[in-house]
Design a protein around this ligand. Structure first.
Ligand code: MOS
Length: 716
C-alpha cells in the first residue's frame, strides 16, 4: 500500500483464480434472505388477481363479499387505485411497459392481465379472497397466433435498427452457385428462474422503501420514482440476494401494486408472484418466425445473406426480439440484408431473456450455415472460417478483438472433430443414431456508467459499496477479486456490499455488462483511494471513502465492434424407436475477455449451454387459440432441462483479454446459450439425415420427420 498505481491488476492477483462464492455459506445455511422472506413488523400480504379473458374490458368487480372475508384489508382495482405516470423514458432509454402500471384502465389486453390486488393480514387469507373475487368482463374476439403474413406485422422500432441493407440481394442470390432459403421457428419460452418475483413496499419516515428481487436497484428506484412522481432520493430499493433473473426481473406489476397498497394502508405490503402468475406477468421470450437466405460460391464464400425475423408483442408495448441482428456481427456478404419485424397480438408483453435476439437468431443462421456447408461439401468449421469478416459487416468498424477462429481450433481439437465422418446417418450405437454438430456464438460486450464507493476502514480492511446485482452469477465474488487486485490486498480484506440504491447509480445486471461495468468503477475508485493512502493520510474511525463515476471514461471509448465469441460442439444420440434426442456431450470454447473467477464463469457458460439443450429439445409454451391462455403454465407443463437431460458438458476459454477494459473483462452472462441450440440441431441432422427447423426437436417431430431405422449405416 505504498505506491500509487493506475489500479491495473497484477499477474499474481486474485483475478483469474477460482473462488467459491463469498456469500455461499449464507446461502446454503439459509442465512441469506430473499425478498419474499425478509421479516417486517405489521406486514400485510397482497395477492394479484389476473384476467381470465384475453381481450375486452372489466365490467364489474364484486369487492363487497371479499372485503367481508377474514383478514381482508383492501381490494385495489382500476376504479380505486391511484393514478400513476407512464409517460416517461426510463433509465434504459425505453418507456415502461404499461402492464406494470397496474389498475390504470378497465381494458384487458391478454389472459393474465392484472385486474385487482387483494390485501389481507396473511398470504393465505389474501389468496383465498383473491380466488373468491368475482370479476365480470365484456369480452371481445382475440388474436393470439403468430403467423407469417400477419396484417399487423410492421418493421421493429426502438433502440436497435429494425432493418439494415447493403447491396443487391436478388442479384447476389442469382449470381450464387449454392442457395439456402429456409424458414426456422422458435416457440414461446419462459425464464423459469428459481426465485419468483417478490416485493415488499413500505413508507419509512417519508421515504418509500422497496425490498425486491431485481436486476438493478437504481433502475427500479428511478422507475418507481417516475411512475409515482417522487424524487428519486425519496425512494430506496434493496435487492440483496436474487435467485435468478435472466432478463425478467425489471419493473413489473408486483412492485407497483405493493407500493400502491402500502401507500393506501400505510403499512408494509408484500406481493409475491405465483409460478403460474409468472407465466403471464414476468415476461417471456417471444416465439420467432425467421427466414434465412444465403447465397454462396461453390467454395462456400457468401455472396448474399438475408435474415428476417418476426416476433410477437402485446398490444400495449412493443418488445422486439432482435433475432436478425446476429449476422450484423458474424457474417459479411456483398448483399447483406437483415430485418426485425413485430406483430402485436392479444398476448402478454415479451421481454429480455438471456441473449435476446442472439439465442433464437443464432439457431436460425447457424442452422442455415450448416445447411450451406452440406450443400457446398465444405466442413462446417471451415465454412465459417472462410467467412470471417475483417470489419463489422454492417458498421464497417474494426473489431476490438475477434478470437472466433481460436475457439474453433481449440474446440475442434478437444472435441475430436477431425475424426468426424461428414456423412449423415452412418454412426450407430444399438438403436441410437449418433451425430455431431457445431455452431458459432457471439454476444456484444459493453459497459454502462456506474458509480462505486470504496472505503479504507480504520481496521485495515476495505469496503466496497456499489448498487450491483448478483442474480446468481457470482458477481459479488467477482467484484471482491477485482477490488482485491486493484487494492493489492488479499480478497479476505475486502467486503463488497451490493443491491442497495442508496449506493448510487450503477449499471444493471443485464446485457452481460454487469460485472464489467461495476469492476471498472471499483478499479477507478481503488486507484484514487491508493493515491490518497500513499500520501500517508491517517485513517479516521469512519474510514476514508472515495467515490468513482465511469461515465466520462466510457464516453471516451473509441467506436468499435466489441463482442465475445465462441464455438459450440454437441454430440447427440437419437433413439430410432421413440424419437428421443439425448445430448451425450457438449463442449463450448469461448473468447469472452479476461475470466475473473473461473469457477463462477464456468457456471455461467455451462448454464447457458444447458439452456441451449433445453431450448433445442424441451422448452415450449403453447397457447390455446380458443382461450388465448397457455396450456399448463407451470414447471410440470413447461419442461426445462434438468440433470437427467444433460450428459458430459464442458465449457472453457481461450486467452482473450479486452484491450480497452481496465481489467480486460468482456462478460460471460449470455454467450453460453448462443449457438447452443443450433449445435444440437446440427448434430441431430448429422445423426439422422433429417433437418429440424422448428424448435423444440420433440420426439414426435423426430418420428414424424422420419428416422432411418436399419441398414445403410455403420456401428459407432
Ligand atoms: Mo439479460 S436478458 O440482459 O438479463
Amino acid at each position: 500500500m505504498t505506491t500509487a498505481t493506475t489500479g491495473r491488476t497484477t499477474a499474481q492477483g486474485a483475478v483469474g483464480t477460482a473462488h467459491t462464492r463469498v456469500e455461499g455459506r449464507d446461502k446454503v445455511t439459509g442465512t441469506a434472505r430473499y425478498a419474499g422472506e425478509i421479516p417486517f413488523a405489521d406486514l400485510a400480504h397482497g395477492w394479484l388477481v389476473l384476467s381470465t379473458t384475453a381481450r375486452g374490458r372489466v365490467r364489474a368487480i364484486e369487492t363487497e363479499p371479499v372485503l367481508a372475508m377474514p383478514g381482508v384489508l383492501a381490494v385495489l382495482h382500476h376504479g380505486n387505485a391511484p393514478r400513476v405516470d407512464t409517460d416517461y423514458i426510463g433509465l434504459l432509454g425505453i418507456p415502461p411497459d404499461p402492464t406494470a402500471a397496474v389498475f390504470q384502465q378497465d381494458r384487458v389486453h391478454h389472459v393474465g392481465w392484472p385486474v385487482a390486488l387483494v390485501v389481507a393480514e396473511t398470504p393465505e387469507q389474501a389468496r383465498e379472497a383473491a380466488e373468491a373475487l368475482v370479476v365480470a368482463y365484456d369480452e371481445e374476439p382475440h388474436d393470439t397466433e403468430l403467423t407469417t403474413g400477419h396484417p399487423g406485422a410492421h418493421p421493429a422500432g426502438g433502440v436497435m435498427p429494425g432493418e439494415t441493407a447493403k447491396g443487391d440481394l436478388a442479384a447476389g442470390l442469382t449470381a450464387s452457385a449454392v442457395v439456402v432459403d429456409e424458414e426456422y421457428t422458435t416457440p414461446e419460452e419462459h425464464h423459469s428462474m428459481m426465485e419468483p418475483h417478490a416485493a415488499t413496499a413500505r413508507w419509512d419516515g417519508g421515504r418509500l422503501e422497496v425490498v425486491d428481487s431485481n436486476q438493478g436497484t437504481t433502475w427500479i428506484q428511478t422507475e418507481l420514482a417516475s411512475m409515482f412522481s417522487l424524487d428519486a432520493s425519496a425512494v430506496r430499493v434493496r435487492s440483496e440476494h436474487i435467485g435468478g433473473g435472466f432478463g425478467s426481473k425489471g419493473l413489473r406489476a408486483h412492485q407497483v401494486a405493493a407500493v400502491m397498497a402500502a401507500t393506501q394502508l400505510q403499512r408494509p405490503v408484500r406481493v409475491v408472484m405465483t409460478r403460474r402468475q409468472m407465466f403471464s406477468l414476468a415476461g417471456y421470450r417471444s416465439p420467432t418466425v425467421q427466414r434465412v437466405r444465403l447465397g454462396a460460391d461453390a467454395d462456400g464464400r457468401l455472396r448474399a445473406l438475408e435474415h428476417r425475423s418476426l416476433n410477437q408483442t402485446s398490444t400495449v408495448y412493443e418488445f422486439v426480439e432482435p433475432s436478425a441482428g446476429v449476422a450484423r456481427v458474424m457474417y459479411d456478404a456483398e448483399a447483406h440484408h437483415t430485418a426485425n419485424e413485430v406483430t402485436p397480438l392479444d398476448v402478454p408483453s415479451p421481454t429480455f431473456m438471456r441473449a435476446p435476439g442472439e439465442a433464437p437468431g443464432s439457431f436460425a443462421i447457424e442452422s442455415a450455415l450448416d445447411e450451406l456447408a452440406e450443400r457446398c461439401g465444405v466442413d462446417p468449421i471451415e465454412l465459417r472460417l472462410r467467412n470471417e469478416p475483417e470489419v463489422g459487416p454492417v458498421s464497417g468498424l474494426p473489431f476490438s478483438s475477434r478470437n472466433l477462429e481460436a475457439c474453433f481450433r481449440e474446440g475442434a481439437r478437444r472435441f475430436g472433430w477431425a475424426e468426424r465422418d461428414p456423412r449423415p446417418g452412418v454412426r450407430r450405437d444399438g438403436r441410437w443414431l449418433l451425430g455431431t454438430g457445431t455452431a458459432a456464438a457471439s454476444f456484444h460486450s459493453g459497459a454502462g456508467p456506474s458509480t462505486a464507493l470504496l472505503t479504507a476502514e480504520a481496521d485495515g480492511n476495505f469496503t466496497v459499496r456499489i448498487a450491483a446485482a448478483d442474480i446468481g452469477t457470482g458477481a459479488r465474488t467477482a467484484l471482491t477479486l477485482v477490488a482485491a487486485d486493484a487494492l493489492e490486498v488479499a480478497p479476505e480484506r475486502v467486503r463488497v456490499r451490493i443491491g442497495d440504491s442508496d449506493f448510487g447509480p450503477a449499471m444493471i445486471a443485464g446485457g452481460s455488462m454487469g460485472t464489467r461495468s461495476w469492476a471498472w468503477a471499483i478499479t477507478a475508485a481503488a486507484a484514487e483511494l491508493r493515491e490518497r493512502l500513499a500520501l500517508g493520510a491517517d485513517i479516521p474511525a469512519d474510514g476514508i471513502t472515495v467515490r468513482s463515476d465511469t461515465t466520462e471514461a466510457l464516453g471516451r471509448l473509441a467506436q468499435k465492434e466489441r463482442h465475445s465469441f465462441g464455438a459450440q460442439f454437441a454430440e447427440v444420440a437419437v433413439d430410432t424407436a421413440t424419437g428421443e434426442v439425448r445430448v451425450r456431450r457438449m463442449l463450448g470454447i469461448f473468447a469472452a475477455g479476461r475470466i475473473v473467477n473461473p469457477l463462477t464463469a464456468r457456471n455461467q457458460l455451462v448454464g447457458g449451454m444447458v439452456w441451449g439443450i433445453s431450448m433445442a429439445l424441451h422448452e415450449e409454451a403453447v397457447r390455446d387459440r380458443a382461450s388465448g391462455a397457455l396450456y399448463a403454465p407451470d414447471l410440470a407443463g413447461y419442461h426445462v432441462a434438468t440433470n437427467a437431460d444433460v450428459g458430459d458438458i464442458e465449457a472453457d476459454w481461450v486467452d482473450d483479454p479486452d484491450p480497452d477494459d481496465p481489467v480486460g473483462i468482456k462478460g460471460v452472462g449470455e454467450i453460453g446459450i448462443v449457438g447452443a441450440a443450433a449445435a444440437v440441431a446440427n448434430a441431430v441432422r448429422h445423426a439422422t439425415g433429417v433437418r429440424h427447423r422448428n424448435l423444440p426437436i420433440r420426439p414426435d417431430r423426430v418420428l414424424a420427420a422420419g428416422v432411418p431405422t436399419a441398414g445403410g449405416g455403420t456401428d459407432a
